[in-house]
Write a new protein. Structure first.
Length: 664
């Protein structure tokens, strides 16, 4: 930019010299010379110096009277300006003339929207086209003289960021995106869901998000003490408990059952492809969850506290399936309504399975939910509620940022993160569908770091419809091959690529990814000369051929500072992005932990389907009752003065203990 500014300054100076300074100087000097030539008398110079003749009069007479010499003077001044202007600008003019008249069959020699490294493309139009101002994915921080600025995509497009470990994809893409969007005007700030395996993003953006008016929600799947609690079955529960059961219709039940099926599909199944054992294991879990939901409408003591996934482990036994209280309860209610009747039929077919087969089915079901009972963090997080998906999605008073922190070296939490993201997305779409334009007022952005750790089987469909709901996804991966797990059941992972029109390439070791990215940049037409020479003459033939704008090898060995961006609606972009650590404050934010664990007073016996009071609570209740009894008797039989004296003595002892402890 400094070079461009210098060129502009020199251009202005040359114009001033050619059309102001030169005409003034030449007007004086050339006129004096022409007067001497016209009079053919050099002595006139001495007369002017000695003031024997008037220089002003001679000068005036020369320009008043029309003469050949005056015309020569005018021609000299004008031609001098033209010659000087040509002298100063001939190089630039020659380039433009050559560009215009030389036959270059490279039909569009400008193959880039802007390439900072080869200087192709118009910088001004590029910056104008991607100027900031609206909520959207940013191309990053573009630092070029005279000022740095965010570049922002001008279409609502999903994004894929390709970068191996150490390529600075978080610093160049993710952090600038969050920072740009969070610092927009209040009504423009988007809601965000961010997977953060290293807690680095939360640490770098937490303080800024709070100062920008964001409601920060943090899930920490490695340390339950620092995490919010969320019951995946809460949405199912409130589908049938949000209104009196007499008002429930078939659509309410169908919606609840669909949610149950979605949750069960996202459990930690060993095989993504359905096998007979896993298919039946899913069916039995779905059946039990249906039963508990129907039963909750009949027994008010069975509350949401007991309707959670960790409690399912108590139901996956042959004893429960064949002889548990649920068998008699289903028999009792089978004629109450069609839902109980249909359930009774499904339950009977499951109970009638031979023990050997049932044992294998239950083993697969237990494997899928074992982490809910074996992992303390998972059990704690999913059996309590301090976070409601529905509430946060429908609260438009302030933007939110949900951070999902997890250890990237453990995959035990992968299915749970997928479940949480699925519920946030699905609730957002359901809410958007209730709005007049079926579009969220605030944009919802998903920043999915380590996307390979997630498995969202419906994400190709999500990406196809979510843009119209004002929902965008950014998938951060190391290569396109990490998307291949979505090539199942007749689907191709390329469906995800086709929906993500905004692609960033920082660095990758995958030749297949480089080949695909190279093809997406498009082709250019180049002119190729072939020279053949013999003793008599020399022949030059010119041909045109297509070549990739950047070949696989050029992408592989490109400048490490070069980030190549394909936006779908524009030509390719190659720029140097400024990493966040060079211009953003390095604030180490620590999210406060204000959660207080409450001791559970009750549990549920799923064999007998009854609420039970825990022993420690029974003893506490009994002691409290005994204490209240003796206090009551004292007040009845002892004088008031004695009771007051006793209370004063107790207060004195209490204060003495406090005093002693303070001295320590």
């Amino acid at each position: 930019m400094k070079d461009k500014k210098t060129k502009t300054f020199n251009k202005v100076l040359s114009i001033i010299f050619c059309f102001v300074i030169w005409p003034l100087i030449s007007l004086l000097i050339v006129t004096l010379i022409m007067i001497v030539v016209q009079t053919k008398n050099v002595q006139i110079l001495t007369d002017w110096i000695l003031k024997k003749r008037s220089l002003v009069s001679d000068f005036s007479d020369f320009w008043v009277a029309s003469s050949f010499y005056r015309n020569i003077t005018i021609l000299t001044i004008v031609s001098g300006s033209i010659v000087l202007l040509t002298l100063f600008n001939y190089k630039n003019w020659w380039k433009k003339i050559k560009k215009k008249f030389t036959k270059q069959k490279e039909i569009n020699p400008n193959n880039w929207e802007y390439n900072q490294f080869t200087k192709e493309g118009e910088l001004k139009s590029f910056k104008r086209k991607f100027r900031p101002g609206e909520p959207n994915f940013s191309l990053g921080m573009f630092d070029i003289y005279p000022k740095k600025q965010y570049l922002v995509n001008n279409t609502d497009a999903h994004s894929i960021v390709l970068g191996i470990s150490g390529s600075k994809k978080t610093e160049k893409i993710v952090l600038p995106n969050i920072w740009y969007n969070a610092t927009l005007a209040h009504h423009l700030k988007p809601n965000m869901v961010i997977t953060d395996p290293k807690r680095q993003i939360l640490s770098r953006t937490g303080k800024m998000l709070i100062e920008s008016g964001y409601n920060i929600k943090v899930f920490d799947f490695e340390d339950a003490k620092k995490s919010l609690y969320w019951n995946p079955l809460e949405q199912v529960w409130w589908t049938v408990h949000s209104k009196p059961k007499e008002q429930l219709d078939e659509f309410d039940y169908a919606s609840a059952y669909d949610k149950i099926i979605e949750i069960v599909e996202l459990l930690a199944w060993v095989n993504k492809e359905d096998s007979m054992w896993e298919s039946n294991a899913k069916n039995i879990i779905i059946l039990i969850l249906k039963f508990l939901l129907l039963y909750s409408l009949e027994d008010e003591t069975f509350t949401l506290d007991f309707y959670n996934l960790p409690n399912l482990t108590q139901t996956l036994s042959e004893r429960y399936v064949k002889n548990g209280a649920w068998v008699k309860i289903a028999e009792k209610y089978k004629t109450k309504n069609r839902y109980w009747f249909e359930f009774f039929g499904e339950q009977k077919s499951m109970i009638d399975i031979v023990p050997e087969t049932l044992s294998g089915i239950l083993t697969n079901a237990i494997n899928a939910i074992s982490s809910f009972s074996q992992n303390i963090s998972i059990k704690k997080i999913t059996s309590n509620i301090t976070f409601s998906v529905k509430e946060i999605i429908r609260d438009n008073s302030k933007p939110f940022a949900v951070f999902i922190c997890f250890p990237d070296h453990k995959n035990i939490f992968d299915f749970l993160m997928s479940m949480l993201i699925t519920q946030i997305y699905q609730e957002s779409v359901d809410f958007a569908n209730t709005l007049p334009k079926q579009k969220l007022k605030r944009m919802l952005q998903f920043y999915l770091e380590e996307f390979n750790s997630l498995y969202l089987p419906k994400i190709p469909d999500w990406m196809a419809i979510s843009r119209s709901r004002n929902i965008l996804f950014m998938l951060i991966i190391q290569s396109y091959e990490q998307l291949q797990k979505y090539s199942t059941k007749g689907r191709d992972y390329k469906a995800i690529k086709s929906q993500a029109r905004l692609n960033f390439l920082l660095e990758t070791n995958s030749d297949e990814t480089l080949k695909s990215f190279s093809a997406s940049l498009g082709e250019k037409i180049i002119k190729k000369e072939t020279v053949s020479e013999n003793e008599k003459n020399k022949t030059v033939s010119v041909s045109e051929q297509k070549e990739l704008i950047m070949s696989v090898s050029e992408l592989k060995y490109k400048n490490p500072d070069m980030t190549i961006i394909s936006t779908g609606g524009s030509k390719p972009i190659a720029i140097k992005l400024k990493p966040a650590y060079e211009y953003l404050p390095d604030d180490d934010y620590v999210h406060p932990n204000n959660l207080k664990d409450e001791v559970k007073k009750f549990e549920w016996d799923f064999i007998s389907m009854k609420k039970i009071v825990l022993n420690d609570q029974k003893e506490l209740k009994q002691k409290l009752e005994e204490s209240n009894f003796f206090i009551k008797k004292e007040k009845e039989f002892l004088p008031k003065e004695v009771i007051n004296a006793k209370q004063e003595a107790l207060d004195f002892i209490k204060n003495s203990k406090s005093l002693c402890s303070s001295f320590k």
